[in-house]
Design a protein around this ligand. Sequence first.
Ligand SMILES: [Zn+2]
Length: 417
Amino acid sequence: MLSDLETQLLAHIDDDMLIRWAQELTRIPSVWRPQQGQGEEAAARWVEARCRELGLETHFEIVVPGRPNVIASYGRSAGRTLLFEGHTDVVTEGDPALWRDPPFGGVIRDGRLYGRGANDMKAGLVCALAALRALVRSGVRLDGRVMLAALCDEEGQMLGVKHFVDQGHADQVDAAIICEPEENHLCIAQKGVMWVRVVVRGVMAHGAMPLTGISPVYPLARFLTSIHALEEREIARHSWHEYLGQPSITPTIVLAPSRGAGEPQNNVTPGAAEAVLDFRLIPGQDPEALARQTRRLLEAAAAVDPRLSVELEVLEVRQPTHTDRAQPVVAALASASADLSGAPPIYGGVPGSTDGTILSARKGIPIVTCGPGDIHVPHHLDEWVSLDEIRQAARLYALAAVRYLGLAQPPRAGQDA
Ligand SMILES: [Zn+2]
């Protein structure tokens, strides 16, 4: 049941403005293409302008040249702080000729907004902005603070959220809603990731005289077979996570010769071969232990000849996350979702990692990933987002914020402009 105050709050969600905002932001290409002078800056400036119009305390921080973060907040710092988090970068549109509409045209058709980034995740960002606008315009006195972070480089190295943490912004955050496209489901678990690069070095030789050298390819092949068996053991041991399914280990890059070891040639035994493994982790798996096992398997595969040597480098580790349903942020979203839709909330999990992974790993912040947009559409041609889901998400965010933070005192009348 919505209270009168909550009904008044939701009346301040302006659907026309919301959809127009989603369209405007989608039309700003924010693929990171520094050689073409393109990046997140224009999209970040657009978000900053909306925040300043609302009178929010707003920070524009350069993470690396051309790649800014925008951080805005509303409310009082005495109580809890709820963060709405999103990213301004989008992945490449690929070949524009393969799109039905111009990738950055922001075309609206049949209840959908089309465009690269419409789904992942400009729609989620504008919903958070619209929720903030409703909170400001309704004059509701929150017993705490809402923060909005529109960060750069989520699709790359997550430099934006790492900078956000390093600058101390996360220190006051008590809970975060990650506004990624999840069909407005409440995703309370995220897979972790570990990327491992291995190199096997042998001795280069003429392809016609293989005994004069030693091939790194067979040891690498044996290693990959043993990794497949390790994956099966991990699946058997950790079984099926309620929201995340099973863990996986996928060789995503296999190269011989390895990078930097010369041109491939039909009649040359390469001097080195490499592979990159993409581990996707569920709660209960230990990345450090897996890295140690991987090293042992690599050494065993190369133990057949003293001329072979190996290298292993852990490129990135992001732990899996799980947020308990009893956490106040989950409870606030769940009750808001139920009251808005008239149906129980749908819980889920995120197979990839997001900026939320960093907030959880580095700061222990409880996170829920929840935003508008079909979960299968990100990074596809003809990317789209449902306008109905956008309208739902803006209301869900506003209501969840008020329920999570609570009220400082009764609202003042006549605040709307
Ligand atoms: Zn995203």
